[in-house]
Design a protein around this ligand. Structure first.
Ligand code: AMP
Length: 281
């Protein structure tokens, strides 16, 4: 496995692979890797001849009061995991390599970036779209794999790839969960043991809403209330609970289409967690 630190090295490596007629796959991450990330690497290897993983805690997607400085990092451990996952190249740039002095260009996916997490974290998806565009430009992947855990992000990046004619297939993979249902996340490392227990309210709330749906409930408000009841019982502060169309992320009044999506974000203490589920199938 090669570890490259500069944008030029990444491009050189992927261009060589392309010239050899190989399909290039890319898995962008912020590191502190867990089974969710590893599932993306497996999916990428199935779809590409060579797999590159980027590990970069992207400063532009963090708000001024967010956790950029204390975001968990473990590059050595991550490289071991990537080796075990048979990744071909890891790209781990310094922030200054991605945003050198004079950097002025940002990418926005209007509308899709504004609600849900984007409404609560202004500028977040501008940072995400910008860094992913940079990664796509550097690696020119045939396929890039992302997790459904970040549902809104996945829809934004699908749109971005189409709108900018980037020629990359954006693949979304299911949420990987702990045995008790908690969606895996690097931020779970922030949770104290009691918070870890309370954090189950998110997945439990989604499950409760699904159970209400299975019992015949279709109203968005009642389904959202089912999630809120679990959040409230665990003293998880709601950031939002939303029932939306899966791709355009428009609010739905009723969950009477098979692909409606229910999303939740909440604070367990200071830690902000997200989760989502299909509802209606
Ligand atoms: P992050 O390192 O949090 O930026 O995540 C990198 C990629 O891993 C994104 O595409 C996430 O959606 C995906 N991801 C994070 N957690 C999970 C999970 N529990 N299951 C599946 N994919 C995940």
């Amino acid at each position: 496995m090669r570890v490259v630190r500069t944008p030029a090295e990444l491009t050189e490596w992927t261009e060589t692979a392309r010239r050899q007629g190989r399909r290039v796959g890319l898995v962008p991450t912020m590191g502190f890797l867990h089974q969710g990330h590893l599932s993306l690497m497996v999916a990428c290897r199935e779809r590409a001849d060579v797999t590159a993983v980027s590990i970069f805690v992207n400063p532009t997607q963090f708000g001024p009061t967010e956790d950029l400085a204390r975001y968990p990092r473990d590059l050595e451990g991550d490289l071991e995991k990537c080796r075990a996952a048979k990744v071909d190249t890891v790209f781990a740039p310094e922030a200054g390599a991605m945003y050198p002095p004079g950097h002025r260009t940002f990418v926005e996916v209007t509308g899709l970036q504004d609600g849900l997490c984007g409404g609560r974290r202004p500028g977040h998806f501008r940072g995400v779209a910008t860094v992913v565009t940079q990664l796509f430009a550097l690696a020119r992947p045939h396929v890039a794999v992302f997790g459904e855990k970040d549902w809104q992000q996945l829809q934004i990046l699908r749109r971005l790839a189409v709108d900018l004619h980037l020629g990359v297939e954006v693949v979304g993979m299911p949420i990987i969960r702990e045995p008790d249902g908690l969606a895996m996340s690097s931020r779970n490392a922030y949770l104290s043991p009691p918070e870890r227990t309370r954090a189950l309210a998110l997945s439990r709330g989604l499950a409760a809403a699904r159970a209400r749906w299975a019992a015949g409930e279709r109203g968005a408000e009642a389904l959202r209330e089912a999630v809120r009841a679990e959040l409230g019982a665990a003293e998880v502060r709601e950031d939002y609970v939303a029932l939306v169309t899966p791709d355009t992320l428009e609010d739905l009044q009723r969950a009477d289409r098979a692909d409606a999506r229910l999303l939740v974000a909440g604070f367990v203490g200071k830690t902000r967690l997200i989760d989502n589920t299909a509802i209606g199938c």
